[in-house]
Design a binder for this molecule. Structure first.
Ligand code: NI
Length: 186
């Protein structure tokens, strides 16, 4: 297992549409292991493979509370196949857009199909944090970021700050106050 580098905006790879996984084999399991190690070290509650520069449709998450036992979940080739009309709003963050949090409105429940680590087709009906996190991470596999849902004014401000920092080779100064770390996505 190895901790991999998490890529951050404006890295163009974050805009790639990832490729479907064709075989759930040993290299894929190694990728998943590395993703978990990387996510737990960050720390984050969700991660898509493209966030470590691998353009494959693989999503992991662990929504267990801080002092509870880990609950690792893996979604291969995940796809939203149904969404509720009802929406909910959640303060999201992203390991690829560090230290920036903003409220995003999404369907409050979704149905997702995916393959598990044995390559078996599965379906899940998710609500609450799981629904939000699944949508956020599946967006990553399609090159979509949570800042795409906020106002253009705010998005331009965020992109400008990160572009400037990347040019200087410096980390971005936090753009939001870290109020509720448990509320952050990956
Ligand atoms: Ni993210």
């Amino acid at each position: 297992m190895a901790i991999r580098d998490i890529i951050i905006i404006p890295d163009k790879r974050l805009r790639l549409k990832s490729e479907a996984v064709t075989a759930v084999d040993k290299p894929l399991r190694t990728l998943v292991d590395d993703m978990f190690e990387t996510m737990y070290a960050a720390p984050g509650i969700g991660l898509a493979a493209i966030q470590i520069g691998v353009a494959q449709r693989v999503v992991i998450m662990d929504l267990a509370k801080k002092d509870d036992p880990p609950e690792p979940q893996v979604f291969i080739n995940p796809e939203v196949i149904g969404a509720s009309a009802e929406k909910s709003t959640y303060e999201e963050g992203c390991l690829s857009i560090p230290e920036y949090y903003e409220e995003v409105e999404r369907p409050s429940a979704v149905k997702v199909k995916y393959l598990d680590l044995d390559g078996k087709p599965q379906e899940i009906e998710a609500s609450g944090l799981l629904a939000t996190c699944l949508q956020h991470e599946i967006d990553h596999t399609n090159g979509v970021l949570f800042i795409d849902y906020i106002s253009k004014l705010k998005r331009d401000m965020v992109m400008k700050k990160f572009k400037k920092a990347a040019k200087k080779g410096e980390p971005v100064k936090p753009l939001s106050e870290d109020k509720e770390p448990s509320h952050h996505i990956g």
